[in-house]
Design a protein around this ligand. Structure first.
Ligand SMILES: [Zn+2]
Length: 321
């Protein structure tokens, strides 16, 4: 009998608030607010989709999150879904500018998130879009610093990385680095290994969302290994966009001592939870490697130290069992 992946303790380090929504919740909220129904998932296997193909579903779902109560429900359900898959700690990534018009202000968004996350095993990551004006990104980075004592653990850059220049975001990332927060930009999804390098060298990234194009340049792989920058790999996020890595990408990174964590990104768009990500990885990884990946996810998380110890002990038991 193969070991049960549900029983493997893990942390989900890369999950977007809107993308975490249950389709039924997104549909229910849209109906309540008189918004159009959620468009179908557009994934056609073997077909390369543009970014925009997913944006309508994402935008409809996001527009239906209109109050602090809605945010609390989405956060609670995301944690429930993760917990059912053996996740003991979830880091939820949110671009507060996407909700501010409905909630009233950027601060109201952040406070609603932190209220929702209180007493749950959740860390909040604030993000700006790669397409954002760098000064607006700096404003969001400042919010991350301001709310760090209340549960914000990091700052990232999300959306299509081709829309911005890495160097423009140096001031925002300097703010969060000075405050000791995690720096977690999306990188190396469309752009090549150089993009991952710039995010590490210019933004002092502590983790990278995706980053698989690093494999195109051994010197960037070596940089990630040397600085122990964890890649948040989300196996089901690549095939729909035609950026699918070779099946051996994860074992290759592990063999080169690059820390790898698996994460879900947007279950609302890709339809796959945490166990599903590990099932994809299992096609190329041994259980010992999967346990190492889970341990990396916990070690690179911002969970409280006691919880991290407990999850790591559970991972050892899983492999020994
Ligand atoms: Zn993402």
């Amino acid at each position: 009998m193969p070991r049960d992946l549900r029983a493997l303790p893990k942390a989900n380090l890369h999950l977007h608030l809107t993308g975490s929504m249950r389709p039924s919740t997104a549909a229910e909220l849209a109906a309540r607010y008189g918004l159009p129904p959620l468009p179908a998932v557009p994934i056609v296997p073997g077909v390369v989709h543009g970014w925009d193909a997913f944006q309508a579903r994402y935008d409809t779902a996001r527009a239906a999150v209109r109050s602090a109560e809605d945010i609390a429900r989405v956060v609670r359900e995301a944690v429930e879904q993760d917990a059912a898959d053996g996740v003991g700690w979830t880091e939820l990534q949110v671009d507060p500018t996407s909700y501010a018009d409905r909630l009233g202000s950027l601060e109201a968004v952040v406070e609603a998130l932190l209220d929702a996350a209180r007493d749950l095993p959740v860390g909040v990551i604030l993000a700006a879009s790669w397409g954002a004006d760098p000064q607006r990104a700096e404003r969001s980075a400042g919010l991350a610093v301001k709310y760090a004592p209340y549960g914000v653990v990091g700052f990232g850059l999300s959306n299509d990385e081709r829309r911005g220049r890495v160097g423009d975001f140096v001031p925002a990332f300097r703010l969060v680095a000075d405050a000791g927060l995690a720096r977690v930009p999306h990188a190396g999804f469309y752009e090549g290994a150089w993009h991952v390098r710039e995010c590490v060298e210019l933004l002092d990234a502590t983790r990278i969302g995706h980053g698989l194009t690093a494999l195109q340049d051994p010197s960037v792989v070596a940089l990630l290994a040397e600085r122990q920058v964890t890649l948040e790999v989300c196996p089901t996020s690549y095939p729909p966009f035609g950026v699918a890595p070779a099946q051996g990408a994860v074992p290759a990174l592990l063999a080169d001592s690059v820390p790898v964590a698996l994460a879900t990104d947007d279950p609302l768009l890709f339809g796959v939870g945490m166990v599903g990500q590990y099932e994809v990885a299992r096609q190329a990884c041994s259980d010992a490697e999967l346990a190492a990946i889970a341990a990396t996810s916990v070690g690179a998380s911002h969970a409280p130290a006691g919880l991290r110890r407990q999850l790591l002990a559970g991972i050892r038991d899983w492999l020994a069992g």
